[in-house]
Design a protein around this ligand. Sequence first.
Ligand code: MRU
Length: 354
Amino acid sequence: MKVNGADYRTVWMKEGSVFLIEQNLLPFEFRVHESRSCAETCNAIRTMIVRGAGAIGAAAGFAMAQAFREAPHQGIREYTENARKDIEATRPTAQNLFYATERVFDAAKDSDDPRAAALSEAQKIADEDMERCRKIGEHGNGLIRNGFRVETHCNAGWLAFVDYGTALSPVYLAHRNGKKVSVYVDETRPRSQGARLTAWELRNEGVPHTILPDNAGAHMMSHGKIDMMIVGADRIAANGDTANKIGTLEKAIAAKEFGVPFYVAAPTSTFDLNCASGKDIPIEERSEEEVLYQTGPNSSGKMERILVCSPDSRALNPAFDVTPARYITGIITENGIVKPDKDSIKGLLSTGSF
Ligand code: MRU
């Protein structure tokens, strides 16, 4: 992806530090954050300096590599096992995080050179994430017809992965291929990933877009103004039930009611066969502060937090919901578009065919 004319990835590692695009400051300020240790990278994941399933996964893989680098020669196993627990405790829903810690840990634990092995595996995960998202773009592009108005929820673009994104990757390719495509961006309260991040990405790419209040989707669909919906995923269960940003479920229900195709776009690293259905997916609860307050620049450009709710009221903040497979038209993966059912998913993950 290009930011101000320069090529960037969302997450990368160099000389022991993990570098992350600071997503809490976007779209108002573009800054790169440096995490010098595994503990600092854990903190960056927890505080959402880095967020989005694939980007969290890549950061978690690099955090694991930092742990192997930091570990004392005597007691490397104990140190890295504890670090793995710390990384996995940062955010519970995105499967890519667990996928990455497991892969890096397993690649390094019995190696003659665990530090080199961990770094090389983490790098591989980041590179694969990018390539998978690029392919998702190719498969999803075929679904987008000239003139399509696509609605999306949250941010599943390049900021949520190492590059390209999932839900937005097909849109970017369609746009680059000269198709007329526009995007309705759900604002995605409480953290406004749509209004802040997706809108910023689309503006950078020159894709026509309009931000929608979170509660406008059903209205737009009922008036025939949405041709298809594409969303990302944080974890997909064995039966196709899909966890994604809170608010996705009600969009999927509305889409079915009004005959709007509803696609999920995700790499195979987001599938979790240990979850038989969506009921097994852990849903993160975040602080009520994210609902009660909003953050943005004041008139002098300094970031400020203001109360936007009735003082002394309490709030609930479930960060994700689960869309049952029956609402999903198809899942766009790097290997093609799969039906959201047990057999098709099993086929996809065991042989790559379905
Ligand atoms: O809480 P976040 O911002 O890390 O949530 C992740 C998401 O961006 C969405 O749920 C997204 O649609 C799937 S991850 C690309």
